[in-house]
Design a protein around this ligand. Structure first.
Ligand SMILES: Nc1ncnc2c1ncn2[C@@H]1O[C@H](COP(=O)(O)OP(=O)(O)OP(=O)(O)O)[C@@H](O)[C@H]1O
Ligand SMILES: [Mg+2]
Length: 313
């Protein structure tokens, strides 16, 4: 069965069309990633899926249930950790988790036990009896995620779960998410701006750009769709009209797109397209080239193609 289905979701805030048309189908037991530039509509999508925001149009199903009809039942199935945490600063970590567990109807003893399990799971045992207001940013992210899991939800929504975490805390959180998925079969939908996170955690990804799903697939599939090779040219700033250089490169046969960046131009080359030295030679007619490298595409390259106005290179 599908854990999360979104069909043609749409949402506007006044004049702002935050989500134009988003459809997704996430199977039970999947870790699914949503990528996209700032303002693309990821959080708005997650809030609609998590029943926190009513869509203007379209439908949501969570494990076959319609949140518009069975809101309470659906809420019990899901856990949510949002971009902005709403934690009670005066409670200790242990109190907060126990309270959340009680709110979800766990008996007192079981609630205490569940709190202890989660404190251990997220490496917060030492901080368990300190007030959340005194936690560091990373500890707050962890307690927030833990509190989304008290009732052992089947479906979990994580909006940028590792923002502000140090590398060790991030790796620890990835471990916790993977374990949750593997050991409890929890379906996880997460948004992220960290391509490494997307690649390591998510089995499948969707890219949202200006309120629409523009690409979907495994990380490998998405990278293959971006380009065969990526040639990165560093250009001398003083000469620099990078958009002009990019236009010249984009006109080369076999070049899929050429994107000006603050440092130069990134050229996405298709199957059978020009070699790096050929790209470089064309660029040299337009500007001083100080470096040229050729690499396999990464998710960062995919990201570079999003968030650009229609018609720009
Ligand atoms: N409560 C709101 N009121 C008005 N406009 C909003 C509101 N929430 C979001 N928006 C607008 O909707 C659009 C999509 O925002 P959203 O937060 O969904 O993007 P996002 O993909 O999560 O971005 P980010 O990567 O920055 O978190 C943006 O233009 C944003 O300004
Ligand atoms: Mg967001």
């Amino acid at each position: 069965m599908s854990a999360i289905v979104a069909t043609s979701l749409r949402k506007s805030y006044g004049e702002v069309r935050a989500v134009e048309d988003v459809s997704l189908d996430v199977a039970e037991g999947e870790i699914f990633g949503l990528l996209g530039p700032n303002g693309a509509g990821k959080t708005t999508t997650v809030r609609m899926l998590a029943t926190l925001l009513r869509p203007d149009a379209g439908e949501v199903r969570i494990l076959g249930l319609d949140p518009a009809r069975d809101r309470v039942a659906v809420r019990r199935l899901m856990g949510i950790a949002l971009q902005e945490t709403g934690l009670d600063d005066l409670a200790t970590g242990r109190e907060l988790l126990t309270l959340h567990a009680r709110l979800y109807g766990l008996p007192r003893a079981r609630a205490r036990e569940r709190a202890q399990e989660l404190l251990a799971h997220f490496g917060l045992e030492e901080a368990a009896d300190r007030r959340v207001g005194e936690y560091s940013g990373g500890m707050r992210r962890r307690i927030d995620l833990a509190s989304a899991l008290v009732h052992s939800p089947k479906v979990v929504f994580l909006d940028e779960p590792t923002v502000g975490l140090d590398p060790a805390a991030r790796a620890q959180l990835w471990g916790a998410v993977r374990r949750l998925n593997r050991e409890e079969g929890t379906t996880i939908l997460l948004t992220t701006h960290y391509m490494e996170e997307a690649e390591r955690l998510a089995g499948r990804l969707a890219v949202i750009d200006r309120g629409r799903v523009v690409m979907e697939g495994t990380a490998a599939q998405l990278k293959a769709r971006v380009a065969k090779r990526v040639v990165t040219l560093a250009l001398d700033d003083e000469e620099g009209d990078f958009p002009r250089v990019a236009r010249a490169l984009a006109a080369m046969p076999g070049v899929l797109r050429a994107l000006p960046t603050p440092e130069g131009v990134v050229v996405h080359v298709g199957e059978g397209g020009p070699r790096a030295d050929e790209v470089r030679a064309v660029a040299e007619k337009e500007a001083r080239v100080v470096g040229a490298t050729s690499n396999d595409p990464t998710l960062d390259d995919l990201f570079l193609t999003t968030g650009r106005k229609e018609g720009s290179q």
